[in-house]
Write a protein that binds this ligand. Sequence first.
Ligand code: UT7
Length: 320
Amino acid sequence: MTARIIGTGSYAPERIVTNKDLMKFLDTDDEWIRERTGICERRVSAGEGTSDLAIHAAERAITDAGIDPKEIEILIVGTCTPDNGFPSAATDVQRAVGAVNAVAFDVTAACSGFIYGLHIVQSFIRCGIYKTALVIGAETISKVLDWTDRGTCILFGDGAGAAVLRADETGVIRTLAGSDGRKGHVLGCQARTMDNFLTGRKPEPGFMTMDGQEVFKFAVKKVPEIVSQILEESGIGREQVDHYVLHQANIRILESASRRLKVPMEKIPVNIDRYGNTSAASVPILLDEMNREGRLKRGDTLVMAGFGAGLTWGAALLKW
Ligand code: UT7
């Protein structure tokens, strides 16, 4: 018995912010951003929180799956930008969609959050503990960006993607996940300022900081490594995979993966041009777009892979 994806959904805020919009207040230019990242525009939330985006994506995935929300037994939201320290975004989604029988919790693994969620539910379903799961990746990264820092703010966008999984004979073949806390300093965001008791100040929210080149070097090595690992461990050749659904962080990272894996770009779908890097939401948004456009055929072989702050990484190999 394994987990099979039986429905997908996604949602992004309406407001589109183009590179030219950023040029109005930032020392940057459209050509630089397109060439160095592949991003043309991103969505930025106006008033909607991470839980709002997650709820919309979840409702669409539940409708697509055609299930009763009461059937969901485990509900995970991968997010590093929850609206609250507590309660979790997952319990917000649980309440909104009526998944009253689920255990609901968030997973913090930055851009790898959705894949970590798949890794967890796959284990529960394979063991026979749960039969139906909802996994979501949702972020409002825009609220933790320093909009004066051109090295980070041009890259990210807001959005959410979701998948309903159910116990079945075929589906997820294998998942893997890993982390390396020694590299935590290269990409981070302090939650709240410290020492407020001593200083008498109110806690202030932190902003994202990133050593872009370090993350880039890590990503171009790690993505091909984990894709190769999961395929080798499963005895499946690269050419047998129909779609490589990879975290959308930078078009150059995707092109590098294509070269290193010797996989044509036609098998590596791209939507970073329209959304930027939506962190944990990037893989499920892309998956949902492919599903709705009819690009996924029953029996297709998919590899998903993500990486992010922590540092963290994860991959999933599955049959559609
Ligand atoms: O989910 C994981 C999240 N993070 C990532 O995936 C980040 C991975 N890293 C990257 O995508 C790239 O490192 C960046 C896109 C962040 C930066 O690209 P880069 O090719 O590594 O550029 P750089 O930092 O080496 O900067 C090159 C030049 C510098 O100018 P000088 O010193 O050569 O004069 C920067 O000041 O480009 C300048 N620059 C910019 N210019 C216009 C940096 N950011 C910008 C900008 N607009 N937004």
